[in-house]
Design a protein around this ligand. Structure first.
Ligand SMILES: Nc1nc2c(ncn2[C@@H]2O[C@H](COP(=O)(O)OP(=O)(O)OP(=O)(O)O)[C@@H](O)[C@H]2O)c(=O)[nH]1
Length: 339
């Protein structure tokens, strides 16, 4: 069997800079063959004409509508076909990037990777990358639910057009983004200029042990040092009119049975509203970290490396979700603490 094909889902509102980012990657990448699925809303796909011709890329266009509306059908079909042609040696490529229409809600697209059996066995969803157009993002967040949703799902956020705004505006934007999603690291790329290692193969869906809480120091300009001037997030972050925000739960050692049923209830009851969540949990009488992560109702659990010292055993869970009854849930979470 061939190795799992890494797939990156690139999202971001209309005109945010997705094609520009891909073009920069293609101009500076001569080692890998990249397959790109372009999805345009409407019957004419302009984007594939805008991509710079390069013999290392092949583009599949999907123009029969927005992939988020016909996802289980068209995207699955396209992925099956690519797999068959790769297996047959008709197509050769090392990775796949799916550029979504700027109006797409990523949820149904992400679910495709976990539902279809052949896709699960042959593809590795690497990460969801969201491009943010700094010139227009505040307006987009105020006016379009899908823009908020795109931020909520992001594993990594890349700010574009920071050359068009002031430093103060940039701080305001980052603070707002962090309130929606405190888990995604934030990078910036002017005209798509960013190293590919900063957005490809970041393994965001692995059950790994990193729980990045974006406390403001993840804005990276490749020409500057890391900066730390943004506000740190409080435990529960409510943003003014964004109904998606980050919730943070913290406790000591937990009882396995109790946390199991807490998670089950949480996902059962609120899974539809929970965009992304990840936790590293300390379980009583168990020296290994318990790692949980999910998208909506698709959850993964696994044991990770051992804790080195008893004092390290702190359980942390971050949930990016539409409004949750945080106080009630936090109380229930704390009640899972081992006695
Ligand atoms: N000043 C500036 N312009 C940028 C930057 N990134 C992208 N642009 C411009 O923004 C416009 C839209 O960029 P695209 O890359 O086409 O955006 P897109 O997300 O692919 O657009 P859609 O596919 O229509 O959703 C183009 O004119 C780009 O040149 C940036 O960092 N700074």
């Amino acid at each position: 069997m061939t190795s799992l094909l890494p797939v990156t889902l690139l999202t971001g509102f209309l005109g945010s800079g997705k094609t520009t980012l891909i073009n920069y990657l293609l101009e500076n990448n001569h080692h890998e063959k990249i397959m790109i699925i372009e999805n345009e809303f409407g019957s004419v796909n302009l984007d594939s004409n805008l991509l710079i011709p390069n013999h290392n890329i092949q583009v599949v266009e999907m123009t029969n509508g927005c992939i988020c509306c016909t996802v289980q059908g068209e995207l699955t079909k396209a992925l099956h076909q690519l797999y068959a042609e790769r297996q047959a040696g008709k197509l050769q490529f090392d990775r796949l990037i799916i550029e979504t229409t700027g109006l797409a809600d990523p949820a149904p697209i992400i679910q495709t990777f976990f539902i279809d059996e052949l896709i699960r066995q042959t593809i590795r969803l690497d990460a969801i990358i969201t491009i943010v157009d700094c010139q227009h993002i505040l307006q987009h967040l105020n006016e379009h639910r899908v823009a908020v949703s795109q931020i909520g799902f992001a594993d990594r956020i890349i700010l574009s057009k920071t050359d068009c705004i002031t430093e103060q505006q940039q701080i305001e934007i980052i603070n707002r983004l962090q309130k929606i999603n405190s888990k995604a690291a934030i990078y910036q790329a002017i005209n798509g200029k960013i190293a590919k290692s900063q957005w490809l193969d970041i393994h965001a869906f692995d059950l790994d042990e990193e729980l990045v809480l974006n406390k403001g120091f993840f804005i990276v300009d490749p020409t500057k040092q890391l900066e730390t001037k943004f506000k740190t997030i409080p435990y529960q972050t409510l943003s003014w009119n964004d109904d998606i925000c980050s919730y943070y739960f913290e406790a000591g050692e937990l009882d396995l049975k109790k946390i199991g049923s807490f998670m089950e209830n949480l996902v059962e009851k609120y899974g539809n509203d929970m965009l992304r969540y990840k936790g590293i949990l300390a379980i009583q009488d168990n020296n290994q970290r318990l790692i949980v992560q999910g998208v909506h109702k698709i959850v993964g659990f696994d044991y990770g490396s051992p804790w080195q010292q008893a004092s390290e055993k702190i359980s942390r869970l971050v949930v990016i979700s539409r409004t949750l009854p945080f106080e009630e849930l936090n109380k229930a979470f704390l009640q899972t603490t081992a006695s």
